[in-house]
Design a protein around this ligand. Structure first.
Ligand SMILES: NC(=O)C1=CN([C@@H]2O[C@H](COP(=O)(O)OP(=O)(O)OC[C@H]3O[C@@H](n4cnc5c(N)ncnc54)[C@H](OP(=O)(O)O)[C@@H]3O)[C@@H](O)[C@H]2O)C=CC1
Ligand SMILES: CC[C@](O)(C(C)=O)C(=O)O
Ligand SMILES: [Mg+2]
Ligand SMILES: [Mg+2]
Length: 493
């Protein structure tokens, strides 16, 4: 199989990369009807499988789970997830032949073998669905011509797909129909109905393409969403310990601080996050984030280049073939970091203190969101898609760190995200070594405002505000957030 994207002529590459239509509420008035009464069979019951299935069932759809025989016999977690939630469970042979829609929610590294196993069992004219286009785009999987192939890709971890739905909201979602597989022209209607079933239509839906989803999703997850949050968390914690800050306090400030500062992003973008700081702290956070952007820009560009060329996938797939040797070693090393091993202290930190005592975290977030957004847009990804993959999803990943630190984040994200996260983190830390020698406790661990009189140069403040507020991520964000009127707040630690 050849990398599908690389087989396309340049104009078609650009064409597919540029597919990005924000869908109006009026396009979802048909609700879940296109899937009502159809049999939806989800393959795999993990992070996305379980949570999407719960939402789809609560939306009135008929959902069952096809698991591999070993998972059923061994009563593995996937079997427990499904049966404890009272779903029908069966083998591929039992459930796939009657399915109208087969939803493949197994890890990307298994897609070729899973699709090769289920495709011969699928009935004529059925639909195969993915939540990430890797198998189609990077591996060039060929699907039987009578089958419709759609994608419904929530822009967030599975746990948050459920949590937002239960809160009465949803998560932004990219939907697409594979241009090579839409023989009956029903793909879009089914993808829209599926998206209503998961609640995604409440948060914003982009009509995208498999190509645009893959090239933006991989970039977001490697850089700002997971890679940089991991780097920022570890470096911030280590710096506080080096400066003599209590370890329990340091652990708590980072674990919950990322969630608290990014919650402001969710509601009002970088502007709202930076406005939570005093004027003098905002100017300082702006300066250090500008420096971080300069240092990290080449790394962000390298990741995007490697994603576009297929080099990233090639190297990751080598590791798959090698029994995940690198991934497993990197996962184990993450578990051994001092941040991971130090429990959060039993100390009260007020919401404002998370901002005032963690300027460095705010600077990492601003730098990472803006860099990821700028790099994606420069590569031909549309601003709306880049916004979801950078600014909007950062708080949702931060929620997972608040639960159980980097372990939880890496457990709930996909296998491609976890691999890319470590790759970025390992390249980023050495790049920041010199910068970090200049960071003191006033930037992380202590209140930046302490001992300062609060005065600022008016012109400097006006110019900082101007740069923050007119960044293209803020412009598109303001527009997209208007469509998120039902967004709920989360409770902070
Ligand atoms: N994780 C996330 O939050 C996101 C994931 N996605 C996409 O969703 C899809 C699913 O990812 P994710 O939910 O992380 O997957 P998980 O790693 O959570 O695994 C899902 C399930 O697949 C089953 N499985 C594993 N290997 C096989 C196999 N060889 N054959 C059959 N079943 C297998 C596992 O059950 P068992 O081993 O018991 O059989 C497990 O329950 C991916 O395409 C991913 O890119 C998209 C957005 C976010
Ligand atoms: C963390 C990134 C993601 O792409 C996601 C949750 O959207 C993944 O693959 O897990
Ligand atoms: Mg994603
Ligand atoms: Mg992903």
């Amino acid at each position: 199989m050849a990398n599908y994207f690389n087989t396309l002529p340049l104009r078609e590459k650009l064409n597919q990369l540029g597919v990005c239509d924000f869908m109006e509420n009026s396009e979802f008035l048909d609700g879940v009807n296109a899937l009502k009464g159809k049999k939806l069979v989800i393959v795999g019951c993990g992070a996305q499988g379980l949570n999407q299935g719960l939402n789809l069932r609560d939306s009135g759809l008929d959902v069952a789970y096809a698991l591999r025989a070993a998972a059923i016999e061994g009563k593995r977690d996937s079997w427990k997830n499904a049966t404890e939630n009272n779903f029908k469970v069966g083998t591929y042979e039992e459930l796939i032949p009657t399915a109208d829609v087969v939803i493949n929610l197994t890890p990307d590294k298994q897609h070729t073998s899973v699709v090769n196993a289920v495709m011969p069992l699928m009935k004529e004219g059925a639909t195969l669905s993915y939540s990430h286009g890797f198998n189609i785009v990077e591996e060039g999987m060929q699907i039987r011509k009578d089958l419709t192939v759609i994608m419904v890709a929530p822009k967030c971890p599975g746990s948050e797909v459920r949590a937002e739905f239960v809160r009465g909201f949803g998560v932004p979602t990219l939907i697409a129909v594979h241009p090579e597989n839409d023989p009956q022209g029903k793909g879009l209607a089914q993808a829209k109905a599926y998206c209503v079933g998961t609640g995604g239509h409440k948060a914003g839906v982009l009509k995208s393409s498999f190509v645009a989803e893959v090239k933006s999703d991989l970039m977001g997850e490697q850089t700002i969403l997971c890679g940089l949050l991991q780097t920022g968390a570890i470096l911030s914690f280590d710096k506080m310990v080096e400066k003599g800050i209590d370890k329990g306090y340091a652990s708590k400030l980072v674990q919950y601080g990322i969630e608290v500062v990014t919650e402001a992003l969710k509601h009002g973008g970088i502007t709202a996050m930076m406005d939570r700081l005093s004027n003098q702290a905002k100017i300082k956070a702006f300066e250090i984030s500008e420096e971080l952007k300069t240092i990290m820009r080449p790394l962000f560009q390298k990741h995007q280049d490697d994603i576009m060329s297929g080099e990233f996938s090639r190297v990751m797939m080598e590791d798959w073939a090698n029994g995940d040797k690198n991934l497993l070693a990197w996962r184990a090393a993450t578990g051994e970091t001092a941040f991971e091993k130090t429990p959060a202290g039993d100390v009260k930190i007020s919401e404002q203190e998370y901002f005032d005592n963690a300027l460095l975290l705010v600077a990492f977030v601003r730098a990472g969101v803006e860099l990821a957004f700028e790099t994606m847009v420069d590569a031909g990804i549309k601003a709306e898609s880049a916004y979801y993959e950078s600014l909007h999803e950062t708080p949702l990943i931060a929620n997972t760190i608040a639960r159980k630190k980097l372990f939880e984040m890496n457990r709930v994200i996909s296998d491609t995200a976890e691999y890319g996260c470590y790759l970025f983190d390992h390249a980023c830390k050495p790049l920041l070594a010199d910068f970090m020698t200049r960071v003191d406790a006033s930037l992380i661990g202590k209140n930046y405002n302490e001992g300062k009189d609060g005065g600022v140069d008016n012109r400097a403040l006006i110019s900082v505000n101007e740069v923050i507020r007119t960044h293209p991520v803020e412009i598109v964000g303001a527009k997209l957030r208007k469509a998120m009127t039902a967004m709920k707040s989360i409770k902070t630690a």
